[in-house]
Ligand binder design. Structure first.
Ligand code: PEP
Ligand code: MG
Length: 755
């Protein structure tokens, strides 16, 4: 059996020397393939680069006919080389011409060679090219040789990525790594954003690839691994939430991988082959990423993602590269690209520079999407594998309404979007012209349109949209962006400022709705199996009355004699509402004793978002001054499908009969008790869904500011009463298999409504 000369370590040393020599690109590459061929005792060594048109071009060869270099190409999937590139897997054959995938290219003279070993040249899991060795004799290349080739390929990948071979590329073509890519994600917000990629988890840049001293590199690796293990253990022991998204389960998985001998052995093996510790991590990470891109089982893909995250952590420990730095300095028009992100993490960024966010995960009613909407940032979710295909600094376009993302767009796509932005500016101008028109349907039904809000920054938009006030002020956002618990004074100032900006328009302040995916970075929270159904919101408020009392006191002081509306979230039973009222009453008494001005009118409303309340409306509503339906939670609980989990979040139509019947029940009850009712969940901001709500008698809709224009236009063009009748009849008697959505769609077409 033929073995390599001196092994991969010698080869890597030779490669390093070659990289430092003052050679022209082609000369250098020719020398590299020669060195590989000699080291592997191969008759042939060829290097193919994947171009942006999907062709694998022979860039250099020792052994194949010289005239075939830069001439011979294979398509992805074509021939053995195309197969390796497409599958991102090594291939070793004793008798290559007998393989069914073998394709003969006469110009190369390849038919003479029997033994074949090819490996993909990968970076971040993406195939950039293929490296092949061949021998005339039939022989078997062993695992060690495959590993050595993969190690060498890591270096070649780096050379491709750092543009070492750019002057060998034919005019008019480019390498695949820089190819434009399109992703079909899910719309989280409207709007279009053109900008520059900023990776939320910046990729660690490895500059030193080749080990000077293998033993020293192994010690570095072991020390870094130990450091990482200790920090994971510490996080688990303290139950801390790091950055808001690292839940216990992820940490447990990290711990499992960090102690996994298989993983650690592969890292050590890569060092044995001559790579530095960080290059070894990248080399093994490449395999993980390649598997991730191919994997269709969501569970396994998640675990591979976790392993990838862990490799990033290890790289950071090894290179001492902190993340914080990159987070601060955002370019203008920054578009964040992340696997997932909690709302608090999004709020950490400089909002003046942030145009958009793209996630690989997330659901449309996940709080990160809601926060993006409230900040006026364009957001798209479920853009699969976008993280590994993006580089910080790439151009990117987000098409909010369609959920499409264009990474490295071509000039014509970019131009099309520049035009689109112009058109949408015209649309905005068109909506702006509607702002002073009374919001009344053609048949005379008045529909009150309100904003969902939560930050002072988004309140001035009331003037732009002409909305009647704020139907939902999510007070927890202030808590989520703070680095420590906001004090009474800070809370009071925010609420007072909100009321001032709103002028005479009402603002409904919702009491803190913390918990679920709204975690506070500075607050230790228990790990919960199902946080959305856990210790959150008013449950937490009533058990920690200090927090609740302070907030209510801040609201009363901020009102300073003005009217005040307070909304209680996540009420499950009437007693929670009654108890909250008692806390409010006590604070009012306290204010009175201190001789401070009382609100001229104080109203306490209840959110209906836990289904249990549907069967308690006659007990609850007589005690409430107003009601607000939170469709996001109500629908997630009615359908037992997590609003933040894309696998189930859209399985059931929120305006399907059972859900709309539930909403109608609350509307009818509010009417019986003569109290106002508002919808403040995301449903109110979508035209067809808003029509469904109006059709069951809802006349107060609260939504993201960007939705006011389109909904107002709908209202102004609408004959409501006939559709109220047909939806009413369908909900009561069934509609012979016709869905509410279809019924509404028909009405929209008949009335030619702007939906
Ligand atoms: C809701 O659940 O619909 C709601 C408005 O509250 P949040 O989205 O903040 O949970
Ligand atoms: Mg809710």
């Amino acid at each position: 059996m033929v073995t390599s000369i001196g092994g991969p370590r010698v080869l890597l040393r030779q490669l390093r020397e070659t990289m430092a020599e003052p050679l022209a690109s082609q000369e250098r590459l020719d020398k590299i393939v020669g060195l590989i061929a000699d080291n592997m005792r191969a008759d042939v060594c060829s290097f193919y680069v994947l171009r942006d048109d999907g062709a694998l071009e022979l860039f250099a060869s020792r052994g194949l006919a010289a005239e075939s270099v830069h001439m011979t190409t294979l398509r992805l999937g074509e021939g053995l080389v195309g197969l390796i590139a497409a599958e991102a897997e090594p291939l070793s054959l004793e008798n290559a011409p007998s393989h069914p995938g073998f394709v003969y290219r006469p110009e190369t003279g390849e038919e003479k060679y029997n033994a074949f070993l090819g490996v993909p040249v990968l970076r971040a899991g993406q195939t950039l090219g293929v490296l092949v060795v061949q021998n005339a004799e039939r022989r078997h290349y062993g695992e060690d040789e495959t590993e050595a080739m993969l190690t060498t390929a890591t270096i070649l990948a780096e050379m491709i990525a750092t543009s070492d071979f750019d002057n060998l590329i034919k005019p008019g073509s480019d390498i695949d790594l820089r190819r434009p890519r399109m992703f079909n994600g899910v719309s989280f917000t409207d709007g279009i954003a053109l900008g520059t990629v900023v990776l939320h988890d910046p990729r660690v840049v490895v500059s030193n690839f080749i080990a000077e001293d293998t033993d020293a590199e192994k010690v570095r690796l072991e020390t870094a691994l130990e450091k990482m293990r200790v920090s994971i253990d510490a996080m688990l022991d303290h139950g801390d939430m790091v950055g808001g998204t690292d839940h216990r389960e992820i940490l447990e998985t990290y711990r499992m991988f960090a102690n996994d001998r298989g993983w650690v052995n592969r890292l050590a093996e890569a060092i044995d082959n001559g790579l530095s510790a960080e290059a070894a991590v990248e080399r093994v990470q490449n395999d993980t990423r390649a598997r991730m891109l191919r994997q269709t089982d969501p569970y396994i893909r998640d675990r591979l993602h976790d392993l990838d995250d862990l490799a990033n952590r290890l790289l950071r420990v090894l290179t001492g590269d902190g993340q914080a730095l990159a987070r601060k300095a955002l370019p203008d028009n920054a578009i964040l690209v992340a696997r997932n992100m909690g709302p608090a993490e999004l709020l950490e960024y400089d909002r003046k520079k942030l145009r958009g966010v793209v996630l690989e995960e997330g659901g449309t009613t996940a709080h990160v999407a809601i926060v993006a909407r409230s900040l006026g940032i364009v957001a798209v979710g479920q853009a699969q594998s976008i993280v590994s295909m993006s580089e910080t600094g790439d151009d990117i376009i987000l098409d909010g309404p369609s959920g499409v993302v264009h990474l490295r767009p071509t000039p014509d796509i970019e131009q099309a979007y520049v035009d689109k932005v112009r058109v949408s500016a015209r649309r905005r101008a068109h909506y702006a012209a509607l702002k002073d028109k009374p919001s009344v349907t053609k048949d005379g039904v008045e529909i009150t349109l309100l904003h969902n809000s939560g930050l002072v920054a988004d309140l001035p938009m009331l003037d732009d949209t002409g909305a009647s006030g704020v139907g939902l002020f999510r007070t927890e956002l202030q808590f989520m962006i703070a680095s420590k618990l906001p004090r009474l004074q800070e809370q009071q100032e925010l609420y007072a400022e909100a009321m001032e900006i709103a002028g005479g328009r009402p603002v409904v302040f919702r009491l803190l709705d913390i918990g679920g995916d709204k975690v506070l970075p500075y607050q230790r929270s228990m790990t919960e199996e199902n946080p959305a159904m856990g210790f959150r919101s008013i449950r937490l408020g009533l058990e920690r009355p200090g927090l609740l009392r302070t907030q209510i006191r801040a609201l009363l002081l901020a009102a300073n004699g003005r009217p005040l509306k307070i909304l209680v979230p996540m009420v499950t039973e009437t007693f929670e509402f009654t108890q909250t009222r008692m806390v409010v009453q006590k604070e009012v008494e306290r204010l009175r004793r201190q001789g401070k001005p009382l609100p001229s009118r104080l109203e306490l409303g209840v959110m209906v978002e836990v289904p249990s309340l549907l069967f308690e409306l006659d007990q609850l509503l007589p005690q409430a001054d107003f009601v607000s339906i939170g469709s996001n939670d109500l629908v997630q609980f009615l359908t037992a499908s997590d609003r933040a989990n894309p696998r189930v979040a859209t399985n059931y139509d929120p305006i399907g009969m059972p859900r709309l019947r539930a909403i109608r029940m609350v509307v009818d009850a509010a009417r019986r008790y003569n109290i106002p009712i508002t919808m403040c969940g995301e449903l109110a901001g979508k035209p067809l869904e808003a029509l469904a709500l109006m059709a069951v008698g809802m006349t107060r809709l609260s939504m993201g500011p960007a939705s006011i224009g389109p909904i107002k236009e709908l209202v102004l063009n609408l004959d409501l009463k006939p559709i109220q009748q047909s939806v009413g009849a369908a909900l009561s008697d069934g509609a012979n298999g016709v869905t509410i959505r279809a019924l509404l769609q028909e009405w929209i077409e008949k009335q030619n409504l702007p939906v």
